[in-house]
Design a binder for this molecule. Structure first.
Ligand SMILES: [Fe+2]
Length: 248
């Protein structure tokens, strides 16, 4: 595979295809209780390996560092004990594909990434897994985590955006290389950051019904391979047709 296939369905294993075709019932988010799940074995292993190579070769150089540091005033400006506040902190490399003229957009178009993520089977798969009707006009983002890259606690609530203020679905494809030792997602359950899940899964898929509190631990490269460690994340963000309140 030298470019991404036109249809997302061409990335899927037989098990992934069964879910796409509605033969394995999932409908994860229909009962309103679930809000996060991760899957292994949905994407073809060899195509996942190819995806890493395609992204490394064609898109990596066009990514921009996205970072937000811990403000020193979050400590020095404090007047009251235990009243600390932290904005969303992060350090990753990313591309948003908002401008067609951007080099990252052109590179992503050339490797068929945007076409694959806009294909009907991409949305159909996200619908089949979540059980929700999703807006086909999705937002696309690609991120790359390297050694030490992380995203601090945040909830992805966007109360000012009419389309997503009552919740939305993020659908992630994860591609990683053998130099990564570990990376985890920590998320809330019953008001505590109690849940931790391995997200260093080659060809893994995860779905989020946002908003909820979560953070991504710093990616750790294997000893002496830190500079080679990369985990790619292809993100599709969908508005939910008919709206959805988590009620949490
Ligand atoms: Fe997030």
């Amino acid at each position: 595979m030298r470019t991404f296939p036109h249809e997302f369905s061409d990335m899927l294993t037989p098990r992934g295809l069964r879910i796409l075709e509605g033969k394995d019932k999932n409908s994860l988010f229909l009962n309103g209780k679930n809000y996060f799940a991760t899957f292994d074995g949905m994407l073809d292993r060899r195509k996942a390996e190819d995806s890493v190579r395609i992204l490394d070769t064609n898109l990596y150089e066009h990514l921009a560092v996205e970072q937000r540091k811990i403000p020193p005033e979050s400590i020095t400006g404090m007047k009251v004990n235990y009243e600390e506040r932290l904005n969303k902190t992060m350090h990753i490399k990313t591309a948003f594909f908002r401008r067609r003229s951007a080099r990252s957009y052109r590179a992503a178009e050339k490797i068929g990434l945007l076409q694959m993520m806009r294909s009907s089977s991409f949305t159909n798969f996200a619908e089949a897994v979540t059980g929700l009707k999703l807006d086909r006009d999705l937002n696309i983002q690609v991120s790359c985590y390297e050694h030490g890259d992380y995203v601090g606690p945040h909830n992805d609530h966007h109360p000012e955006n009419e389309d997503v203020k009552d919740g939305f679905v993020d659908f992630h494809l994860m591609f990683t290389n053998s130099a990564v030792a570990h990376q985890y997602l920590v998320y809330e359950e019953k008001g505590h950051f109690s849940k931790i899940v391995d997200i260093n899964i080659q060809g893994g898929v995860s779905v989020y019904k946002l908003p909820f509190w979560h953070y991504t631990t710093p990616l750790a490269g294997k000893s002496a391979q830190e500079s080679a460690a990369r985990r790619w994340l292809l993100l599709g963000s969908f508005s939910i047709i008919g709206g959805s309140r988590n009620g949490r």
